[in-house]
Write a protein that binds this ligand. Structure first.
Ligand SMILES: [Zn+2]
Ligand SMILES: [Zn+2]
Length: 81
């Protein structure tokens, strides 16, 4: 019998945490790939290369928050600017 298994969203696709203060208050700005934490007021840029392990990720859509996490090591690819 065909059992339909709905894949639930993994936890990694939750709202991104601010690398600076750890709060989930990152908001996209008017600039593509730029985010601003409304908690600590830090500005961050979404990078195509991981600051932690150096792996390159393909950014399909700069506005997609799922691309904020490195697929290799799982750390954020946001870099403070
Ligand atoms: Zn912050
Ligand atoms: Zn990485």
């Amino acid at each position: 019998m065909g059992t339909i298994a709905l894949m639930s969203e993994p936890e990694s696709t939750a709202e991104p945490e601010c690398p600076g203060c750890g709060q989930r208050w990152l908001r996209a700005t008017s600039l593509p790939g730029r985010y601003r934490c409304v908690y600590c007021l830090g500005r961050y840029e979404l990078r195509s290369d991981c600051p932690s392990c150096g792996a390159h990720s393909t950014i399909a859509r700069m506005s997609d928050t799922a691309n904020m996490v490195c697929r290799n090591c799982g750390s954020t690819t946001l870099r403070r600017v």
